[in-house]
Design a protein. Sequence first.
Length: 253
Amino acid sequence: MKDFSNYMSDVFSCAFKVQTAVICLKEESYKLANDVSHVHDLLDCINSIEMTPEIKGVLIQHDAEFERVDELKSFIQAIQKESGYVKKEMGVTRYGNSIKRITLALNDFSKPIVIGIKGKVAIDSFGYFLPCDYRIATDDMRVEFPGLEIGITPMGAVPFFLKRQLGTTKATEILMSGKSLSAQEAKEISLVSQIVTNEELNDACWAKLQEFYKVPGQTLNFTKQLVRPKTYELEEYFEMSMRLIWNSIIDDK
């Protein structure tokens, strides 16, 4: 297994600092999920952190995303242009399975995870953040829904968690409107836990982790088991989600 105590790639980095693993997500979710080697590396990284006793928790840093719509269009069009359903299905399946595996790994992780989120973030990327235990956003953060503009079913775990937290009516209203959410709006519906300025983000994340570290690790793990979704619930959701994404992609737009 690779040494993730000081790891660097084009998509993500990891460094071990004072009982904490710091992971920086540099690319958007579909770029990460569409590269099998990077997916394997990230899953190995999460497992390595889980198995390292001196690491008590994880800080995830998320870089802002730009030009989402144009890049997402290119990604979808590349799948649509593949000849035959088999190749198209392979592209969708690879993407869907990668998102599922990363989300499940974060959901099943026993140690506390705090994530700092800034700038624009697409709904499919935001799905990675919801299994995290505490989400701190900057006041300029916005959750975007670019796929709806080109007729693509929302990707990732956001619909699952929205329905679980808000109920069917409110979740449907948010997802079908396609309207981006401000940091304050996201906080009001519990997508984020706290809002700070850009300058305060790093300190706020470290401070929250220090609070978690005061509680015995086993107690934190047991508490997470009480409230987080069961693995089979997420697996059933992703199976349905992949079918719907597949149906929305194969139709010519």
